[in-house]
Design a protein around this ligand. Structure first.
Ligand code: PLP
Length: 368
């Protein structure tokens, strides 16, 4: 068990996790075969973490156990009303073998904001951080060491109370699972084509757009199919005033001719930690950064006039992807290609993999 001191900010004592080892854990040979070509989200490590919550008992029964199916009552509220949230964060192996993650306090705080919106209990950030360390303590060997590889960590929380009445559940579970991830782009970063969703939105004013919740993803699947039918890789959503929101799971950033960087900001957009970090690196280089509304017209006209010189999307899974084409029902706009997106990508991943100085104190060691 890892030892963690009382948290100085919250005064919380660390949880005492019970650890049950997986007797059927993968052999080194089997694990290495998976790590040689992990793909994304298809293989899982040998263990998982869970912590229960109830109205009466608060957070309790923290466990590390063998990875496996969860037993749920068919009346569990999440299966009916979708009371669920999640996070996505990566663990990186550095050249000296140590394992680090990136700004996990931000993910912990975002999980709390999502919880508030979905009327779920807020997991204290120190417990969130401890859950990551507990899993790495048993599954650290699953953090791959290849180029651009990582262990994708997926924390999630859902309503498990068996009750069909409509109200916030009185029993909730927090889980953490992990899945080794390969380089997102094989053979170098490729620009993506984006389909403009006109008929469907992913979020509304006052809705759950700013929360990381499964329902937003469920709402994005049909428009995403429409994107595929139109030979596009991803879909971009607008708000009710035809301002650009984001892709199904990545934020959008515009680079202007004068070096200004603009990204849509509103309460229907998920605040990406990748975006926040890239924008900080851009500020460090002297770029002026603005969070504000960007209308579809501003985007299209900016590209046509040459005022916008680069457009890219960003998120934990793919880090940064340049946008090559924006396609709508009656137009195809080729997007300008620049170098800033890929330079910032390189700078960010160099910090994450320990190849560049971590000036902002963003790394958090998981294996010590
Ligand atoms: C997770 C997510 C992002 C990206 O956030 P990161 O913290 O950068 O991974 C963007 N949009 C949506 C809808 C998301 O769920």
């Amino acid at each position: 068990m890892t030892t963690i001191d009382t948290d100085p900010d919250t005064g919380l004592d660390p949880l005492e996790f019970s650890v049950t080892r997986n007797l059927a854990a993968k052999s080194t040979t089997d694990r290495d075969a998976i790590l040689a070509n992990p793909g994304f989200g298809q293989s899982f490590t040998d263990h998982m973490v869970d912590i229960c919550w109830s109205v009466r008992g608060g957070w309790h029964r923290p466990r590390v156990s063998p990875y496996g199916p969860i037993s749920l009552d068919p009346a569990a509220a999440v299966l009916h009303y979708g009371q669920e949230i999640f996070e996505g964060i990566k663990a990186y192996r550095h050249a000296d073998g140590s394992v680090h993650t990136f700004r996990p306090d931000q993910n912990g705080r975002r999980l709390q904001r999502s919880a508030r919106r979905l009327a779920l209990p807020e997991l204290p950030v120190p417990y969130f951080l401890q859950s990551l360390r507990e899993l790495i303590a048993v599954d650290g060997a699953w953090v791959p060491s290849g180029d651009d590889q990582s262990l994708y960590l997926r924390p999630f929380m859902f309503a498990k109370e068996a009750f069909l009445g409509v109200r916030p559940a009185h029993k909730v579970a927090y889980y953490l699972i992990a899945s080794p991830a390969g380089a997102y782009f094989k053979g170098g970063v490729q620009p993506v084509s984006i389909w403009l969703s006109e008929d469907y939105s992913r979020a509304g004013k006052g809705g759950t757009g700013a929360a990381k919740t499964g329902g937003n993803y469920a709402a994005s699947l049909l428009p995403q199919s429409e994107a595929y039918e139109n030979e596009c890789d991803q879909v971009v959503f607008l708000d009710q005033d035809r301002n650009v929101e984001e892709l199904g799971g990545m934020n959008v950033v515009f680079v202007y001719k004068d070096g200004t960087i603009v990204t849509p900001q509103s309460d229907s957009i998920l605040e990406g930690i990748t975006r926040d970090s890239l924008l900080q690196l851009a500020r460090d280089r002297g770029h002026h950064v603005e969070g504000r509304n960007v209308s579809l017209d501003e985007w299209r006209q900016g590209v046509a006039s040459g005022d916008i010189v680069e457009v890219f999307a960003c998120g934990t899974a793919a880090v940064v992807t340049p946008i090559g084409v924006l396609k709508g029902r009656d137009f195809i706009d080729e997007q300008p290609s620049g170098t800033l997106a890929l330079e910032l990508r390189e700078e960010l991943t160099n910090i994450q993999y320990g190849r560049a100085e971590d000036k902002h104190g963003w790394l958090y060691r998981l294996d010590a």
